[in-house]
Design a protein around this ligand. Structure first.
Ligand SMILES: [Zn+2]
Length: 364
């Protein structure tokens, strides 16, 4: 009998309700035969936890668990950052676009957890720049902001989203259409930006700490910051008319905006590859964040270090295979409420029925 490719022994019980899930001290597992699958390695070792009696396998701890085409995961990681639309990726890889979509969502969830697991603990020790990156979901009538918080090192500390009402110069016909759509689906919360910025800054700058924050003169920002108690946030603003050079204190977030538009097909102007759902855009943003922080040089010209290296989080530039080396479990991380909602696929799109949610408890 050929031996199964040797996978490392399971590090903890994957069952979130087992006492050996978070703290595996003293845990033992039992080997329980093998199963065969189509992808390589074909023979997979099975195990059982004698404490909670759940069975699992060496695959349970892999980022490719349950995937029929595990070899595509890292290619899709690269392609979603190379301006490809899902159907273009699908035709290149000769798979259905739902396969690409499913794996992109898997990558988005993984990258949310990767940032939580490997990001800095405690408050940022550098000035932060905040901005809203404008995009839209399901059509031009449903714009939203992706709010980004970026450090002077170019490390992206976090993001979230705020639904917006379509504004700007509208023709009479467009106004009528907006009215009809809002009658049917309701209007975005006019406080959405204030609430989102409060959540984002509150998450990145924990209570009891201080931060230096730069932003443009958006009126919702001071209102959001005023509601954050127990933090000393020194907020300064820069006019959005000021030139966007490296000397501008908003340079890190301005550059992040450019990179985001440069790498994502769904953010191009006049594109037909726009996000169908804000949720999908958030998954892509999570992938982009990990790429920006751990994989991409801070400066492509100098190629000295990544933002994560600048913060001392890691000693070298990571590759996609490093990011995908181990599966992460949300139940072992303690996610902030917005991150947990995003992970679960629970961010709604007003004009579409709720999409499929992801239940981590069933995923092994
Ligand atoms: Zn167990």
């Amino acid at each position: 009998m050929p031996r199964a490719a040797s996978a490392p022994p399971p590090p903890f019980c994957p069952n979130p309700s087992c006492k050996y899930h978070r703290n595996p001290k003293g845990w033992r597992f039992k080997k329980k035969g093998f199963y065969e699958r189509e992808a390589r390695p074909r023979r997979i070792q099975r195990y059982r936890c004698p404490h909670c009696r759940r069975s699992f396998s060496s695959q349970t701890f892999s980022t490719t668990y349950w995937l029929r085409r595990p070899e595509l995961l890292s290619t899709i990681f690269h392609r979603v950052l190379a301006c490809s639309a899902y159907r273009q990726i699908a035709s290149e890889l000769d798979v259905s676009h739902t396969t690409v979509l499913g794996q992109a969502q898997r990558l988005g969830r993984h990258c949310l957890l990767f940032q939580e697991r490997h990001g800095p603990k405690g408050p940022p020790k550098e000035p932060l720049a905040l901005d809203g990156f404008r995009s839209f979901e399901a059509g031009q009538y449903w714009p939203f902001d992706a709010n980004l918080l970026v450090g002077a090192s170019h490390f992206v500390y976090g993001f979230n989203e705020a639904e917006l009402r379509r504004s700007g110069t509208l023709t009479k016909g467009q106004r009528r259409k907006r009215e009809k759509l809002e009658e049917r689906h309701g209007r975005p919360d006019p406080q959405a930006t204030r609430k989102a910025v409060e959540e984002l800054v509150g998450r990145v700058v924990p209570g009891g700490s201080r931060a230096e924050l730069w932003s443009d003169q958006h009126p919702a920002y001071p209102r959001a910051l005023a509601r954050l108690r127990g933090r000393r946030i020194q907020h300064s603003t820069v006019s959005s008319r000021q030139s966007r050079t490296a000397r501008n204190p908003l340079f890190p977030v301005n550059l992040a905006d450019l990179l985001l538009r440069h790498t994502g097909a769904h953010h191009k102007r006049e594109t037909i590859a726009f996000s169908k759902r804000r949720q999908g855009a958030m998954y892509r943003l999570a992938i982009w964040q990990v790429w920006r922080n751990w994989l991409k040089w801070t400066s492509e010209r100098r190629r000295e270090r990544t933002p994560a290296q600048a913060l001392g989080l890691v000693g070298r530039r990571l590759r996609v295979r490093d990011v995908l080396a181990e599966r992460l479990f949300p139940s072992r991380l303690g996610l902030a409420p917005w991150v947990a909602r995003c992970y679960a696929g629970a961010i709604p799109t007003r004009c579409l029925p709720q999409g499929r949610r992801f239940d981590a408890k069933l995923a092994f």
